[in-house]
Design a binder for this molecule. Sequence first.
Ligand SMILES: [Zn+2]
Length: 92
Amino acid sequence: MSYRPNITNVTKASSNDKEGLYEFIIKLADGTECRAFYNRFPEWKMTNISRLLKTPCPVCRKDFICKCMEAFTADFEGQMLGNEWIDKAIAE
Ligand SMILES: [Zn+2]
């Protein structure tokens, strides 16, 4: 069975509005938390995503750093924009 991230909450961790740079903490339904960096110019684009080391990776089960989440960048980006997580996070 292949893994699919399911975003349940997004909060803004930091931002540089002038440069259009944003850092978000993304919570997933399975308890995984990720840190994602975005550049909004010329359009919203995820530039980096990594798993916070609070829980083991749901893909490879490692409890230290891994790059598994990078494989789901398109999935994350689709949910972030499609479900308006970014709009909600930056409005707070
Ligand atoms: Zn992993």
